[in-house]
Design a protein around this ligand. Structure first.
Ligand code: SF4
Ligand code: SF4
Length: 378
């Protein structure tokens, strides 16, 4: 019954949105997908996957498909701050575009410095126009940490030499929804790592409006596109965790759904890269996997159309979607065995049984490591 009420609410929202004007003269998304070799059947399979990703019942799949078809009705302003552009690149550059990247291309990107033709004064003018014309209606996505230093290290953007923070603040003021894309924008990232010479800050410290964090280095394209579709469907903020990450994407640990979890529970660990355990697919905890401390859906969704993910390829998770991971998760190829698991500030929804088990295991591993070190020094 509750689902029926939700279904009716989302249907009404999509109906209203379908009457809104399109931005630009794009072909319908169906034609764009077909040109890229994606059949309607593939598209509906993709929509079914996104429906599951958003923790909605399978009967909502046609609504998710319709939301994807309406992505040209919501203008998006995407700003770059101090970053490597990896979040944009991971989404836009691929030999064979995924459905997610095609949908992202289809979104009405009113301003994006990497993909737009304009530059200099023209680009600045386009940004001002987008903010003015779509006041209160556009989605703002910001990539990169934001230097807030007052000395020579600060960031300037555009021909008027505006502070990056000023740019972000102005765009945030009139946005309908704000997403910090990637770990740098969500938590400061490598720019904010010790000693943080530019005083880089996350977007949430620059504006006092609500910011939804979509961390990852880079975040998966599914999590970026999923957030846009969630906004189109609901028009409201999703349920968020303690770090303002959407729970549908960051509600579980990497470790919870890892295919090597059985090995972890059985105490079967890779001791060094390339050993017998590595060949047998043992757990990567002892060679640095931070999956037990990291909330993200990589182990479930994987990358490149569900092809693989770091742990499947043989390297541990480095905890890239956690705050301050550069400072807290290193060295990346050594375990955090000496840090008690409970010292990592995790979501209150943590599975207590798993926490207890992990703490005990971590202590066991720490003791083992300490004994080994002691023996070596004898
Ligand atoms: S420690 Fe890493 S490799 Fe081992 S089960 Fe957890 S997530 Fe998987
Ligand atoms: S597996 Fe870990 S390090 Fe890799 S993308 Fe996912 S959260 Fe980041």
């Amino acid at each position: 019954m509750e689902y029926q009420a939700l279904h009716d609410r989302l249907t009404a929202r999509l109906n209203a949105l379908s009457k809104a004007p399109k931005f630009g003269e794009q072909k319908p998304i169906g034609a764009v997908l077909e040109e890229n070799g994606v059949s309607r059947r593939d598209f509906m399979k993709w929509a079914a996957g996104v429906t599951t990703l958003l923790a909605l019942p399978a009967s909502f799949t046609p609504l998710v498909a319709e939301a994807a078809e309406l992505t040209d009705r919501i203008p998006v302003v995407w700003l770059h701050m101090a970053e490597c552009t990896g979040c944009s690149e991971s989404l836009l550059r691929s030999d064979a575009p995924t459905i997610d990247s095609l949908i992202f291309d289809y979104i009405s990107l009113e301003y994006h410095e990497t993909v737009m033709a304009a530059s200099g004064w023209q680009a600045e003018h386009n940004l001002e126009e987008a903010i003015k014309n779509y006041k209160g209606r556009y989605i703002l996505m910001v990539e990169g940490g934001i230097p807030a230093g007052s000395s020579e290290f600060y960031l300037t953007v555009g021909p008027m030499g505006k502070h990056g923070a000023e740019h972000a603040r102005e765009a945030a003021a009139n946005a309908a929804a704000i997403f910090a894309i990637g770990t740098c924008s969500s938590f400061g990232g490598v720019q904010a790592a010790h000693p943080n010479p530019t005083n880089a800050q996350p977007l949430s410290k620059i504006t006092n409006k609500p910011v939804i964090n979509v961390p990852g280095c880079p975040p998966s394209e599914k999590n970026i596109v999923g957030n846009v579709l969630h906004y189109i469907l609901f028009g409201t903020l999703p349920a968020l965790d303690a770090y303002n990450r959407p729970k549908w994407a960051y509600g579980m640990r990497i470790h919870d759904l890892c295919e090597r979890r059985g090995r972890f529970d059985a105490g079967e660990f890779v001791q060094e890269f390339g050993d017998e355990g590595a060949k047998k697919g043992y757990c990567l905890y002892k060679v640095g996997c931070k999956g037990p401390y990291t909330f993200n859906n990589c182990s479930r969704e994987r990358f490149n159309q569900h092809t693989s993910w770091p742990v499947q390829a043989g390297h541990g998770c480095i905890g890239c979607s956690e705050p301050d991971f550069w400072d807290k998760m290193g060295p990346f190829e050594e375990p955090l065995a000496f840090k008690p698991f409970s010292s990592i500030d995790a979501d209150a929804t943590a599975d207590k049984v798993g926490v207890a088990l992990l703490t005990a295991t971590a202590i066991g591993i720490a003791a083992h490591a300490a004994i080994s070190a002691f023996k070596k020094s004898e």
